[in-house]
Design a protein around this ligand. Structure first.
Ligand code: GTP
Ligand code: MG
Length: 201
């Protein structure tokens, strides 16, 4: 898929504020600082579309972007930010679960996982949560430019092994780098394939 148009639509603090539209939606989520906003900029080819930061916790709201007038891309605030308060964590959970479980046009959730870090309980828990709730998901391993192939494979295989304990079929997995742009075509083609299958329904 070629990205011809990408623009920011709205930031929402709850499901009821999200755009009133039937367009298919693709959400990006993962631990704080995993590279969600950077990946969105890389995928769309618009450098400053989503705000990025060296400090975790930059994205705080549900951010909708309109792509090619055909679909919405959604940047979600990250989970597992250690310095946030319990109140904030509860508020995050309410907002995110409300969105993920209530948004009917949600076509796929991309769960971003840092390719440099051995499997983390918090990421496994989140993937398993989506799986048991029946939310369609894929995994994107980020920051692959910082890693050797062998080390990336070790992380990916670690997740495959652990997820196989509870999953009969593993979710699709992608490797990306916001720095080199690798993985861009795979992710965009995947989105295009889902969009096509939805429009045929
Ligand atoms: P929050 O919104 O705070 O949850 O973070 P985020 O997941 O949106 O992460 P963000 O895109 O802001 O990136 C966090 C940091 O990681 C920034 O310093 C980015 O420059 C860096 N980063 C993101 N993606 C990559 C990548 O693919 N490669 C490298 N080397 N650095 C990356
Ligand atoms: Mg962000």
């Amino acid at each position: 898929m070629k990205i011809k148009k990408a623009s920011f639509v709205v930031s929402s603090s709850k499901l009821s504020q999200c755009p009133d539209s039937r367009l298919p939606e693709y959400a990006f989520i993962g631990r704080s600082n995993v590279g969600k906003s950077s990946l969105i900029n890389m995928l769309t080819g618009v450098k400053e579309l989503a705000k990025t930061s060296g400090k975790p916790g930059k994205t705080q709201l549900i951010n909708h972007f309109l792509i090619n007038d055909e679909w919405h891309l959604v940047d979600l605030p990250g989970y597992g930010y250690a310095r946030t308060s319990k109140v904030n964590r509860e508020a995050w959970k309410k907002m995110i679960e409300g969105y993920l479980l209530g948004r009917e046009q949600l076509a796929n959730v991309f769960v971003l996982i840092d390719s440099r870090i051995p499997p983390l309980e918090i990421d496994l828990e989140f993937v398993n949560f989506l799986g048991t709730q029946g939310v369609p998901l894929s995994i994107i391993f980020t920051k692959t430019d910082k890693q050797k192939q062998r080390e990336i494979a070790a992380t990916v295989n670690g997740y495959k092994r652990l997820l196989s304990e509870t999953w009969e079929e593993l979710p699709p997995m992608f490797l990306t780098s916001a720095v080199t742009g690798s993985g861009r075509d795979h992710v965009l083609d995947y989105i295009e394939t889902i969009n096509k299958s939805l429009s045929e329904k």
